[in-house]
Design a protein around this ligand. Structure first.
Ligand SMILES: [Zn+2]
Length: 440
């Protein structure tokens, strides 16, 4: 592991714009013309790489829906990610998505008849979930859909939950949603379709033969609020390094290893995240603070406490991912990261190491293998993968997050995500545990 200690994003001089320089990859040490070049086989081409097919294209929603957007997918395609970046207080998804022929990924009409309320398309060949602020989809995320080269067509969807007025009571039918009317008067509290602009991005992972590599590397940007660690102490702390080692071991089951790690301090006011939902939530502000961090690395924030807020929440939140999957490639969006709480909670179902691995698993596109099914009420919801056993808490992505196992198909989903890179093979110049410290 190459370790870089960098100054915080909010503490890097007055302009705050200078992102820390990336540490050169180990591969960069094997320069052409080096003395060793004649005796070492030339580096292979990267096994797979990510192309930007659509780059933050402005798309207009009218009454909750966009017109069709088309884009061309190249040969050798391995996987596609679609990101819809909207307003912080909106809920976004794809209304439909299909490729050439019969290759439907998201079924048109899924949002009607309660689909938008459920927020999850269980019947789509490629499962997607409605997301607040910034939506993302990764395909394929199970064996059913095929991602086919050629012209793809999709439409975006957006709705805004009705703000809940503080007063009690209320008159049903006046268009104002009060707390009690959430339960007694659905018509006053129904979400409203959004008319406005979103930014649409599509990224494609491609390889020569369209094959997904068996191995991949995940880089991380590590953000510290001062809760238990700072950027400086974490880089030196055996306990923190053991945490990363545990995550590396869990992901190693499916060929994913941790790569470059960059340490940042963020404002200590983020130690307690008071709200995790809503356009003005602390959590979204925290995720947006990732703007300017090292490119190509998933943002992982260590806070003291994640609070469910005054309304609607219950229990203790150990960690939250910015989406299933999170937004691809870009930093600074409403959902650009994963947050975990470091405060020790007696009786918590999961330890910090499996919580980190579980939440990043969501961010890379993994659903819970099985959702909690309270006393048999409601449907039993399982992930769309064929090789994850139902209701098995030894699995990392079971809803308690206390297990460690990953299945081969879960590995395929993780490595399909563009956050996992597939670098040129090269002898490691920096030995394990070697640290590079960048001073300013
Ligand atoms: Zn989870």
């Amino acid at each position: 592991l190459v370790v870089v200690a960098a100054c915080g994003l909010l503490a890097c001089g007055d302009d705050g714009t200078d992102a820390p320089e990336a540490t050169p990859d180990a591969a960069d040490d094997a320069l052409p013309g080096d003395a060793v070049a004649d005796t070492v086989a030339p580096p292979k081409e990267a096994e797979a790489h990510t192309l930007t097919l659509v780059d933050r294209l402005p798309v207009t929603l009218l009454n909750g829906r966009s017109q069709n957007v088309t884009f061309d997918v190249p040969h050798g395609i391995v996987s596609l990610t679609v990101t819809v970046d909207g307003e912080a207080d909106g809920m976004y998804a794809l209304d439909h998505w299909s490729g050439p022929g019969d290759s439907t990924l998201v079924t048109s009409g899924w949002l009607d008849g309660g689909g938008a309320g459920a927020g999850l398309c269980l019947d789509c060949p490629n499962r997607i979930v409605l997301a607040e602020g910034t939506f993302a989809a990764l395909a394929p995320n199970n064996p059913v859909p095929t991602v086919v080269p050629g012209t793809h067509v999709l439409g975006a969807f957006g709705m805004r939950p009705k703000p809940v007025a503080g007063q009690t009571g209320g008159t049903c039918g006046d268009g104002v949603c009060t707390f009690i009317e959430q339960f007694t008067c659905p018509q006053d509290c129904a979400p409203e379709p959004i008319s406005g602009e979103v930014l649409l991005s599509v990224h494609g992972k491609v390889s020569d033969e369209g094959d997904l590599p068996d191995r991949g590397v995940l880089d991380l940007n590590l953000f510290f609020t001062g809760a238990r660690w700072t950027a400086a102490t974490a880089a030196e702390d055996p306990e923190f390094q053991a945490l990363l080692g545990a995550v590396d071991t869990i992901y190693g089951q499916v060929g994913v290893s941790l790569g470059e790690l960059t340490y940042y301090d963020v404002d200590p006011r983020f130690q307690v995240i008071e709200s995790v939902q809503g356009g003005d939530s602390d959590l979204m502000e925290l995720f947006r603070s990732s703007e300017g961090a090292a490119e190509g690395a998933v943002n992982l924030f260590f806070v003291d406490e994640l609070s469910a807020g005054a309304f609607g929440g219950f229990g203790v939140i150990l960690g939250i991912a910015g989406g299933i999957p999170g937004p691809a490639i870009a930093h600074g969006s409403h959902r650009s990261g994963v947050a975990v709480a470091v405060r020790e909670i007696p009786g918590a179902p999961a330890a910090l190491d499996t919580t980190v691995a579980h939440e990043i698993g969501h961010f890379l596109g993994l659903f819970h293998t099985s959702e909690q099914n309270f006393g048999g009420f409601g449907p039993s919801i399982h992930d769309p993968l064929p090789d994850t056993p139902h209701n098995d808490e030894t699995y990392l992505m079971y809803n308690t997050g206390s297990g460690t196992l990953l299945s081969p198909w879960q590995g395929i989903v993780m490595r399909s995500n563009p956050w996992v890179r597939h670098p040129v093979e090269a002898p490691a110049a920096a030995g394990p545990g070697e640290q590079t410290t960048e001073e300013r």
